[in-house]
Design a protein around this ligand. Structure first.
Ligand SMILES: [Zn+2]
Length: 179
């Protein structure tokens, strides 16, 4: 899909309005579409980097069917090596020009950083989120800082793309862009 960054954003915003109004039950996952994508390959219009939290579902939140979003998920939407490589694949090989870093309210990864949780298995992941949170103690502001950190990092790494940040409210379902 050859959409400008503004067109992508407006499509995502419209999709989210539909979702919030609970009109999203017609996500296109049809047999026809599967057949089309099988024959023609994918050309998603956006990369979405979201938290793995089970209360966040990017495709549903944007009323997006199969083939629309290239979604990467990790706890706290931490951008470690694998996540960055996945973005690189979408940008370099699928020519996606719009990237959205999607944080959310009540993020457990951000909360763990605020509570100074220590778990050697999570060291790299929490290290990323800690850098993102940048010493902020207020959970809402910390979530925003963490999203902006991802945005800055991706803007630097993928200069030809549009990178934006947003927060998904797990209570209302609303996505609020940070810019
Ligand atoms: Zn989270």
């Amino acid at each position: 899909m050859n959409l400008s960054p503004d067109e992508v954003r407006s499509r995502l915003e419209k999709g989210n309005k539909k979702y919030v109004a609970s009109l999203f039950s017609t996500l296109d996952t049809s047999e026809e579409l599967r057949e089309y994508l099988n024959e023609n390959g994918q050309s998603p219009y956006a990369v979405v980097i979201a938290c793995s939290d089970s209360r966040v579902n990017p495709e549903a939140a944007f009323s997006a069917g199969l083939g629309e979003l290239f979604t990467i998920r990790s706890a706290g939407q931490a951008l470690l090596e694998g996540e960055i490589s996945s973005v690189a694949y979408a940008v370099d090989h699928l020519h996606v020009g719009y990237i959205l870093v999607l944080g959310h309210t009540r993020c457990g990864a951000v909360d763990s950083v605020l509570k100074c949780a220590k778990d050697p298995n999570l060291a790299k992941l929490l290290g990323f989120v800690k850098e993102g949170v940048a010493g902020e103690n207020d959970p809402r502001k910390a979530e925003i800082n963490n999203v902006n950190f991802g945005v800055r990092l991706l803007k630097e790494r993928f200069p030809g793309t549009t990178v934006e940040g947003a927060i998904y409210d797990i209570r209302s379902g609303l996505v609020n862009w940070l810019n």
